[in-house]
Each structure stands twice: as structure tokens, then as C-alpha cells.
Design a protein around this ligand. Structure first.
Ligand code: PBG
Length: 325
């Protein structure tokens, strides 16, 4: 059929037609809220480059997690800011680390929400890189040992999911093996499988106090080149082969093509991370009256789902849950 017989506008004539024809639905069930936690009590420190987002202390984090569970959000992802940073990132694998304490606090309060623990060293190292430095470079296999220890320590604290974001080679295999040997064979791994060296992580590095400070100015020797899609497919294939239960693509909007290819090629549970810079740019434009925040966010999230994501990590999770009501 062709014009004038076929007229696509017939099915767009009013809201009810559009509701019936809508192909992609966003639900509160799809959302994961990232949260930042630091030592202290009663802390709710606003993050200037991420308006509306805070660093919490374990007590206020529990309140936040309870509010998110009440809003129907199924999961949170935790990032920790340690009391002290060192060359090894010691607090990442100390049972008294800030994330370990926070997981225990959320579990003790019996909040009905999954706790996903981000595993990486960049928040914990004084140099700000995601691994151990040997001879001025991030040493892959030395880093794997610490990541595995960190993952086991989070699992022991009660983490429901382990999410490695470091981009070392072989980390999913090392973490899976360590979890299994420690009695956590039922703890799933959500791997940041296709993680690009993106400038859109800028505000996160303020929030987590984790910019690379020494040796190399960026993470380009371990995170992927944003120009590469084939490399992304290889990374995802490797993580699945090593035992990842959910694979993630990050960032989201600049990578809709990667999300689509990942879904089509692997038919595997797929997460997309709408990162701090994506959040900051819409917030900034909305504050200037240049964009309608709610409409833009709903369009973005729908596009990320349309591209093939099963779940979305987003700092807007709580607001979206309210908008969907
Ligand atoms: C840690 C990590 C980062 C993000 C998630 N985990 C920062 C980075 O790799 O530099 C970014 C998240 C965001 O920007 O919202 N490795």
C-alpha cells in the first residue's frame, strides 16, 4: 500500500490510537538507581555537577533505599568514597569498608531492594586509576586479585549482585571463581562489558572523588575507544564466556547502536548505564529553561529501551518512578 491509500497518520490521530500502537514501554521495573556513600552520620552532601544527587552516609543511605523501594524501584547500585585512599585501594576489600558497612545496613533494615555492588579500585586508590600501578602502568593481573577480594568482601556483606566496572582483562572469570570458592555461587555478576573511555563520566568523578590523578591522564589504556563497535562485541562475548549473568553497555545515549547490536548478537540480559554526564547536561539545560526535563528524560529512556536494553541504570530512577504513576 502506498499514498494515498496508505496514510500512517490515521493511526496517530489521537492519544488512544497512539497508546494502542506504542511499541516500547518503560516501566519502574526496568530501573536501577546508582547511589554514593561516604563515612559519617546524617550526611546528605549535594553533588554540584549532578543537581539533585547526594553523597550519603550509611544511615541516610538506608532512608534513601527505603524511599526507592517504596517507589517500586527494584535495585540500587552502590559506589563508595573511602575514609582514606591509598596505592592499593585497601578499603575496596576491607570488611569494614564503607560499601560493606552500607550493604549490611540496608540488609539489616530488611529493605526490599536488590543491592548491586560496583567493583572497581578507582574510588579507593590515591592515583585514581581502576587498578594497581606497576612501573607506571595499570597492571592487569595484580589488579584481578584485588578485584576478586573486593567482590567476595561485598558478597559476604550481603550484596545481591557484583558489578565489575574496571575493564581489566579476565576480571569476570577471576571474580566468578573467587565467588564460587567462597560459597557465593548464587551471586550473579553484572559486568560493565562494553565500557567506553567516555568524557560523559566527568560529573561521576566529582561525585565519587575518583578522577585519574597520576601516571596517565585518562583511562584509555583499559576502557574502550568510543570509535569501536567490533571491539565492544568482542568484550561482551568474552564477559559472557567468563560467566557474566548480565552485560552492560555504558554510556547509553552515545551507544544506542552498541546496545542494539549487543541485543541482536547475544540475546542476553542487557543493561545500559545512562551516566552522570547525560544526567548533568539535561539538568543544566532544564535549569536554563532550554529543555523540558521530564519529556526529554522519558524520550531518552524509551530510546534506550527501544535500542534493546532490558534495564537502565539512571540517576533519574526516583523521578521516573513518580512520573510513571
Ligand atoms: C568506576 C565507574 C565510573 C562510572 C561507573 N563506575 C567512572 C569511570 O570509569 O571513570 C561512571 C558512572 C557515571 O558517569 O555515571 N570505574
Amino acid at each position: 500500500m502506498q499514498f494515498p491509500e496508505y496514510r500512517p497518520r490515521r493511526l496517530r490521530r489521537n492519544r488512544n490510537f497512539r497508546r494502542l500502537l506504542r511499541e516500547t514501554a518503560l516501566s519502574v521495573d526496568d530501573l536501577i538507581m546508582p547511589l554514593f556513600v561516604r563515612h559519617g552520620k546524617g550526611v546528605r552532601a549535594e553533588i554540584p555537577s549532578m543537581p539533585g544527587q547526594c553523597q550519603y552516609s550509611p544511615d541516610t543511605l538506608v532512608e534513601k533505599a527505603a524511599a526507592l523501594a517504596k517507589a517500586g524501584i527494584p535495585a540500587v547500585m552502590l559506589f563508595g568514597i573511602p575514609a582514606k585512599k591509598d596505592a592499593e585501594g585497601g578499603e575496596a576489600f576491607s570488611d569494614e569498608g564503607i560499601v560493606q558497612q552500607s550493604i549490611r545496613a540496608i540488609k539489616k533494615a530488611k529493605i526490599d531492594i536488590l543491592v548491586i555492588a560496583d567493583v572497581c579500585l578507582c574510588e579507593y586508590t590515591d592515583h585514581g586509576h581502576c587498578g594497581i600501578i606497576v612501573n607506571g602502568e595499570v597492571h592487569n593481573d595484580e589488579t584481578l586479585k584485588r578485584l576478586a577480594k573486593s567482590a567476595v568482601s561485598f558478597a559476604k556483606a550481603g550484596a545481591d549482585v557484583i558489578a565489575p566496572s574496571d575493564m581489566m582483562d579476565g576480571r569476570v572469570q577471576a571474580i566468578r571463581k573467587a565467588l564460587d570458592e567462597s560459597g557465593f555461587s548464587d551471586t550473579p555478576i553484572m559486568s560493565y562489558a562494553a565500557k567506553f573511555a567516555s568524557a560523559f563520566y566527568g560529573p561521576f568523578r566529582d561525585a565519587a572523588e575518583s578522577p585519574p590523578r597520576m601516571y596517565m591522564e585518562d583511562r584509555a589504556t583499559y576502557q574502550m575507544d568510543p570509535a569501536n563497535a567490533e571491539d565492544a562485541m568482542r568484550e561482551i562475548a568474552l564477559d559472557i564466556a567468563e560467566g557474566a549473568d548480565i552485560v552492560m553497555v555504558k554510556p547509553a545515549l552515545p551507544c544506542l547502536d552498541i546496545i542494539r547490536r549487543a541485543k541482536d548478537e547475544f540475546h542476553y540480559p542487557l543493561a545500559a548505564y545512562c551516566v552522570s554526564g547525560e544526567y548533568a547536561m539535561i539538568k543544566a539545560a532544564a535549569r536554563n529553561g532550554w529543555l523540558d526535563e521530564k519529556k526529554c528524560v522519558m524520550e531518552m529512556m524509551t530510546a534506550i529501551k527501544r535500542a534493546g536494553a532490558d534495564m537502565i541504570l539512571t540517576y533519574w530512577a526516583e523521578e521516573i518512578a513518580a512520573w510513571l504513576k
